[in-house]
Structure formats: structure tokens, C-alpha cells
Write a protein that binds this ligand. Structure first.
Ligand SMILES: [Fe+2]
Length: 403
């Protein structure tokens, strides 16, 4: 029978987002926000943020304002399955009734996933991963939705995880990062405070800021998109192009810091208003599962070769992104203008001290792992929206060229 499906994504869905508070001093409202969602005893879920004093300050604000607090501070970058289960056990044993996640994407995602495990009587978090059994919506439908509240206090400039209804866990068994996507997963409120975000070390500021940029271009290029995402992603690209360098190298530049807060948060709002991510995120995720390298840095090192591979499918979009980065494309052909985006990104990467490719030298990735990465990516939700259709051999060759 002839396949009469005309559109790959005939219906665009939005997902719930946390209510978001952005501004200097926003973290000081954490106790009031906890009380607003009936948290009497919070588990602070965090990587620890050593040397910043942030976790101690959040605990103090909570306890002096009548919200009891325990701390689970063993979350690591690319949060692992056992960390989620350990956080769940601490939450249960301490008889907490809500989560306060403090940090970047790893802390917020661990907090979200703890809530899934709690709602499903301690079942292993990987049972709820969207990659393993398609369609994804059926996986979510089989699980009970999270009911305990979460307040997220963000401290990085790129994740967006403080506000979204998605989370990712690294599974040793699957040697992959697995995604959860369910409407009730978004925190109740996200506090995005430039005061905390400017405390990031320089390299983390560059890498997380680049992640915001990657959300912008992956979403703008995606085949899963809406009028919301088209507008928001271009503005995000512009904000990053105009502010990331200044933010990385002068953390006291308050305008750059505020603008990076907006860039990181607006774009995830865009993603959850109907956009998808793309191949940079798909491959970046799965290299991260094997090497434990930073998510934003991995997105950065694979951007140029992977987007060159996409360029011919939608040059007008690359041209629009070049214009968003400040390039005057008048008088250029469509392809000339599209090429200018790559020049701008190459310059941005150099300014951030990020080297493209060299995946073995930089992260220890082995050639024998490439086949596994491409196979997992073929089933990654980020690949599905990528403008160029997925082809195993093409991506294997691309990864080899980056090794
Ligand atoms: Fe990302």
C-alpha cells in the first residue's frame, strides 16, 4: 500500500515548563517558593558546588524560614543511574516531601528523576527511559507521573534543565544516555539568578554558554518546530553571539551575565514550545555517556562537521543564523550567506578555546566505540528532528573523521 503520510510531524505539541523567575537575588525567594508548593522538608539535590558557598546559603535560607532541609550532594556530571537511586533512598529515609535542586543540568535532572522513582514505588529509573521502547508517549503513559514538588535553583548558563519536563540519565548497562520526557516532570518553579551564575569557573561558563547556543541552532534547524521556536531560537543565537565572550572573560559584566541567563532559559522554553533538538545534541549525548565529558563542550567540538553535513538541506536557515550572529549577508548568494555561519562559529569556538574534533586525544574516545554511538543515536529523540535524514554509514564516517 502507498504510504500516504504527508508530514513527518503533522501535529506540534507543547510541553509544560516550570514557572520561571529570572533576576538578581531570585535565589533568596527559595523558602517562600517551597512553602508555596507545600514543601516542609526539602532534599537539596546537588553536585556540591564546592568553593562557592551556594549550597550552604540555600540550606540556611530554607531552615531560617521554617523549611527543614537535608542534602544529597553526590550528583556528578552526566548523572548516573546509581546516583538517582541513591538520592531517592536518601529522600525516602529522611522523610522529605519535596526537592530543591541546586546547580546545573545534572542536579536538576537528578532531582526530576528522583521524583519519577518516588512516584513509581522505587522502580529503577532506566525503566522509564524513552529510547528503549518506542513510541515514547507509551513509555510515559506506563509510569505514574511525579507528584512531589521541585523548586530548582540554577547556577549555570546553558542547561535549561531547571525548567523543562525532560531529564537524562547515564546507564552503565546500556552504555548510553537515556532520556525521560513526561509532562509532569517540569519543576514547579525555576529560580535563575545571575548572582549565582556568575560564580561559574571560566571553562564551565564557556561550555554551558555554548550549550545554550547549541539549543538555539539545533532547534532552529530541526524539522520539529513551531512559530514559537523559530523566533526564540534566532534570538537565542543572537544573544549568545553578542554576550558569551564577554560573560566568559569578565564575569562582572552584569549585562552580559543577565543576557546569558535569558539565552539559556529562553531557548529551553522554545524547545518545550514545540521544537526538537538535532544531531549535535544526539551525538554529543552519546559521546558523553562513554567519556563522561561535559555536555556543552561535546556539543561544541562536534558542531562544525555535523552541521556542514546538514548545510545543503536548509541553506536558507544557515543564512538566517549568520544574520542573527551579526553578518551582513546583503549581496551574497544563499550558499555564500550560509557558509558565513560556519565562519562565525569557528571564530566563536576559537575565542572560547575549544578545539573541534580530536575526540580520542581530548576525551579518550576509541574507534571501537563509534559503531555503538551511531546505533544509539539512531534511536535518540534528538536525531529524529535533524534536517538531514539519519544514515548509519554517513554518521559513522563523520565520527571517524572527528576521532
Ligand atoms: Fe544541551
Amino acid at each position: 500500500m502507498i504510504n500516504k503520510q504527508m508530514f513527518q510531524f503533522p501535529i506540534t505539541y507543547t510541553l509544560p515548563l516550570a514557572r520561571i523567575a529570572i533576576g538578581w537575588g531570585a535565589h533568596e525567594t527559595v523558602a517562600d517558593e517551597c512553602k508555596g508548593v507545600n514543601i516542609k522538608k526539602a532534599l537539596i539535590v546537588t553536585t556540591g558546588l564546592k568553593g562557592t558557598g551556594i549550597v550552604d546559603e540555600i540550606k540556611q535560607i530554607l531552615t531560617t524560614n521554617g523549611v527543614a532541609a537535608e542534602i544529597y550532594d553526590k550528583v556528578t556530571s552526566n548523572p548516573k543511574e546509581h546516583e538517582v537511586m541513591e538520592a531517592y533512598n536518601v529522600f525516602k529515609d529522611a522523610e522529605c516531601d519535596g526537592v530543591v535542586s541546586v546547580g546545573g543540568g545534572s542536579s536538576h535532572d537528578c532531582g526530576k528523576m528522583l521524583r519519577i522513582v518516588f512516584a513509581n514505588d522505587g522502580q529503577n529509573i532506566c525503566d522509564f527511559a524513552a529510547y528503549i521502547d518506542r513510541p515514547w508517549t507509551e513509555v510515559a503513559a506506563k509510569s505514574k507521573p511525579p507528584t512531589i514538588p521541585q523548586v530548582s535553583v540554577n547556577t549555570t548558563g546553558g542547561t535549561g534543565a531547571e525548567a523543562t519536563a525532560a531529564a537524562m540519565v547515564t546507564s552503565k548497562k546500556h552504555r548510553a544516555k537515556l532520556g525521560m520526557l513526561m509532562p509532569a516532570l517540569a519543576p514547579n518553579i525555576a529560580l535563575v539568578d545571575p548572582l549565582l551564575i556568575r560564580l561559574m569557573p571560566q571553562n564551565i561558563a564557556a561550555w554551558t554558554g555554548y550549550d545554550a547556543f547549541a539549543h538555539g541552532f539545533d532547534s532552529f534547524l530541526s524539522r520539529i518546530q513551531s512559530q514559537y521556536t523559530l523566533a526564540i531560537s534566532l534570538w537565542t543565537i543572537k544573544l549568545v553571539a553578542e554576550n558569551l565572550r564577554e560573560f566568559v572573560y569578565n564575569r562582572m559584566n552584569q549585562v552580559a551575565c543577565e543576557n546569558m541567563c535569558w539565552a539559556e532559559n529562553m531557548m529551553v522554553a522554545g524547545l518545550h514550545l514545540g521544537g526538537g533538538a538535532g544531531i549535535v545534541h544526539a551525538i554529543g549525548h552519546q559521546i558523553g555517556a562513554l567519556t563522561d565529558a561535559h555536555h556543552g563542550l561535546l556539543n561544541a567540538v562536534v558542531t562544525l562537521p555535523l552541521q556542514r553535513h546538514n548545510e545543503a538541506t536548509c541553506p536558507e536557515k544557515f543564512a538566517a543564523m549568520a544574520r542573527a550572529m551579526g553578518v551582513d549577508t546583503r549581496g551574497m548568494t544563499k550558499m555564500q550567506a550560509a557558509d558565513k555561519w560556519f565562519d562565525e562559529v569557528e571564530r566563536l569556538l576559537a575565542d572560547l578555546n575549544i578545539k573541534t574534533g580530536h575526540l580520542h586525544e581530548q576525551f579518550g574516545l576509541q574507534e571501537k566505540d563509534l559503531d555503538h554511538i551511531v546505533k544509539i543515536c539512531s534511536n535518540d529523540w534528538c536525531s529524529e528532528g535533524n534536517p538531514r535524514a539519519f544514515d548509519y554509514n554517513e554518521y559513522l564516517a563523520l565520527l571517524k573523521s572527528m576521532l
